[in-house]
Write a protein that binds this ligand. Structure first.
Ligand code: NAD
Length: 327
């Protein structure tokens, strides 16, 4: 099989290059993202392999179909960046549904601990021998209420971690999993009871801007919010208002609604035009990272294995267990 990889970084090659040799696959790594302008490069390949910031629309699907590209291999669980309806019957979409839920959940807790205890600010202070702890007071998580929105694989891993901290768990999910032994609540009630809220649902039409002006109004004053799922779950304008009013005491964002062209790139020498992101960066109680919750050795290895397994199953006409098909 010949596979064209878009949007790759050195850390992708580390895992994929040796494994692709074992499978006998010919892989070409491109740094450029998959766009309307670059999709034609896939001509002559059996499949393309993309990451979350490679958005593939209906026109690009048609182009791939014309060029006889059989599949889009996603190096991710989420598939909201591909027009799966347009792909139906033309190009197969194969994803990596589960690589390391713990990687993301552990990262969500790391963000929560950081914005609660201000370790990001303490680090920069002490490096300059500013040993003052004024303004760095947090709160115990022990016996506090964690509100988990979305109790799938990552949400469950987060529940386990929060339990380890001695927290009480409340959850919201349209498909409750009673075996988890958590208290499921309607969303407004969860928001009004939780001291800490962590988002673990996918981005869908139902969840777009699930955190907005109205839902923020239900939250307790001083709540901590962490989003490691998808940026579009939060209306950033409403979030800024919530921070300005003091309703939100700390926010950890590993994702942002306008990541394209910014996340995973070094733009440190450039003028950033995104005023909303720039405003968010100015809050001392906001931590923003570049969509890296998944980024552990174990998860990267699992992504590479599963992606190439997906290619293998496609090549050998086996049942495609990780295929995403529009309903
Ligand atoms: P999953 O499919 O196992 O679980 C998602 C859960 O969300 C399900 O239980 C589902 O019922 C629930 N859900 C669906 N609609 C909902 C709604 N309207 N309100 C509340 N819950 C709803 O997925 P997962 O593996 O746990 O991943 C969750 C999300 O994490 C992914 O969709 C992806 O966006 C994100 N993610 C982020 C990173 C990262 O690096 N930051 C890495 C992997 C995944």
């Amino acid at each position: 099989m010949r596979i064209l990889f878009y949007g790759t970084k050195p850390y992708d090659r580390i895992w994929f290059e040796p494994m692709a040799k074992d499978y006998g696959y010919e892989i070409t790594f491109l740094e450029v993202q998959c766009t309307k302008e670059t999709v034609f490069l896939a001509r002559g390949y059996d499949a393309i392999c993309i990451f979350i910031n490679d958005t593939v629309d209906a026109g690009m699907i048609d182009c791939l179909h014309r060029d006889k590209v059989k599949a889009i291999l996603l190096r991710s669980a989420g598939f909201n960046h591909v027009d799966i309806r347009a792909a139906k019957g033309k190009v197969k979409i194969l994803r990596v549904p589960s690589y390391s839920p713990q990687a993301v959940a552990e990262y969500a807790m790391a963000m929560l601990l950081t914005v609660n205890r201000f370790t990001h600010r303490a680090y920069t202070r002490t490096r300059e021998f500013n040993m003052s702890i004024n303004g760095l007071m947090g709160q115990d998580l022990y016996h506090k209420c964690a509100g988990i929105i979305g109790t799938g694989k990552i949400g469950q891993a987060m529940i386990d971690i929060c339990r380890g901290f001695g927290m009480h768990i409340v959850a919201y999910d349209p498909f409750p999993n009673e075996s988890l032994g958590v208290e499921y609540l309607p969303l407004p009630e969860l928001l009004s009871r939780a001291d800490v809220i962590s988002l673990h649902c996918p981005l869908t039409n139902d969840t777009r801007y699930i955190i907005n002006e109205e839902t923020i109004s239900y939250m307790k004053p001083g709540v901590l919010l962490v989003n490691t799922s998808r940026g579009m779950l939060i209306d950033s304008g409403a979030l800024i208002e919530g921070l300005l009013s003091g309703k939100l005491a700390g926010v950890g964002l590993d994702v942002y609604e306008e990541e394209d062209g910014l996340f995973y790139e070094d733009r440190s020498s450039e003028i950033i035009e995104d005023g909303v992101l720039a405003r968010l960066m100015t809050f001392p109680n906001v931590l923003i990272t570049s969509h890296m919750g998944f980024f552990t050795k174990e998860a990267m290895q699992a992504i590479a294995i599963e992606t190439l397994e997906n290619a293998y199953m496609l090549e050998h006409g086996m049942p495609l267990i990780n295929e995403v098909v529009a309903k």
